[in-house]
Design a protein around this ligand. Structure first.
Ligand code: SF4
Length: 343
């Protein structure tokens, strides 16, 4: 490699960046032969939100987290709901939010944690490591909504720093890539599962999100279910979510029957916690005991409206049959829905 070029190892794109240029996501730049995180602390949004909206259903239930984002993305999906943040490059003249201020906002909002979301957290990698030091000292949990296309080194660093709640978006499969070569070219969809496994091996918590996009990844159900069970096992929740038209993708919303069919297939294959999201039906977002069928947790409007688990020695059980239900963190009790915006 030319001496003036640098390589970025934050995500699996492994960009080779020429002098004065930036990598694919726009957040890392080659300045005088050094890789500089120009996205450090340059935030596009910050708002206190329920954890259930991520979605994370088995992680600090009913808590709220100070949710924040940077600029840019390493993927660029044409159906992106947040393309105004993702499809733009970070402006280096923008203000910087120091980690201490973000943590102060979380404290002021009464949040239990922080969450990197809205755009891809890859663009904030070094900032996340610095933020973790401040936030963990203050006792906040740390979660992220991500395509999980980090390198394994980056996954290890994040989980090691305290980023232990991962809501992982599955974008596609080899068949989807064959069907539409112009969408996410060069992306290896298997990496997402490899990294989700890596998070679990490092002691983190994972929930997988399959946004079913007609015309692209609606052919992926079997591949995804198979990978889910092979890499992650039956206890990791799977959210089968409805897509709505956005940005450059004009297909009509995913038919609800398609979502129900996929969810049923996933359950029959052995995944214990399967949810259908973005259709606003509490029945489809409730947690049932996989052993006796009892309804244990009901959610509505991104809030827990019924909590029926019993806590015993730091673990949560079904009160009827005693089955252990995997929950990371604590159920925080009744808490109203609030969206407090700082940026
Ligand atoms: S984080 Fe950005 S610059 Fe680094 S490899 Fe990924 S896309 Fe390229």
């Amino acid at each position: 490699m030319d001496n003036s070029k640098v390589r970025c190892y934050v995500c699996e794109r492994n960009c080779t960046i020429a002098l004065g240029r930036r990598g694919f996501c726009g957040a890392y730049e080659n300045r005088d032969g050094c890789l500089v995180h120009v996205g450090w602390g340059r935030l596009s949004a910050a708002e206190s939100r329920p954890i259930e909206i991520k979605p994370l259903f088995h992680y600090w239930p009913n808590s709220t987290s100070l949710t924040f984002s940077g600029w840019g993305c390493n993927f660029l999906c044409p159906w992106c709901q947040n393309y105004l943040l993702s499809w733009v490059r970070v402006c280096v003249d923008g203000p910087v939010v120091p980690p201490e201020r973000l943590v102060e906002w979380a404290r002021r909002a009464g949040d239990e944690g922080l969450c990197a979301s809205f755009n891809e957290p890859v663009t904030l990698f070094d900032y996340l490591l610095d933020l973790a030091e401040v936030a963990r000292r203050e006792g906040f949990y740390l979660s992220l909504v991500t395509n999980a296309y980090f390198t394994t080194r980056a996954v290890d660093a994040l989980v090691g720093a305290g980023w232990d709640g991962w809501s992982v978006d599955i974008k596609g499969c080899p068949e989807a890539s064959r069907r539409r070569r112009d969408v996410l070219p060069g992306v290896d969809h298997e990496v997402v599962f490899r990294n989700a496994r890596r998070v679990l091996d490092n002691g983190g918590h994972v929930e997988m999100i399959y946004l079913v996009v007609p015309g692209y990844n609606d052919v992926c159900a079997e591949w995804i279910i198979e990978r889910h069970l092979d890499y992650l096992g039956p206890d990791v929740p799977l959210h089968v979510n409805r897509y709505y038209p956005a940005f450059r993708w004009g297909e009509p919303p995913t038919p609800v029957e398609t979502l129900l069919r996929i969810a049923e297939k996933a359950r029959r294959a052995g995944i214990k916690y399967v949810y259908v999201g973005n259709v606003h039906d509490p029945e489809l977002e409730a947690t049932r005991c996989p052993r006796c069928g009892k309804v244990l947790v009901v959610r509505e409007g991104y809030r827990v409206t019924h909590w029926g688990l019993v806590e015993e020695g730091g673990r949560y059980r079904c009160p009827r049959c005693g089955e252990i239900i995997p929950i990371r963190g604590k159920y925080v009790g009744p808490k109203p829905t609030r969206y407090i915006t700082f940026i």
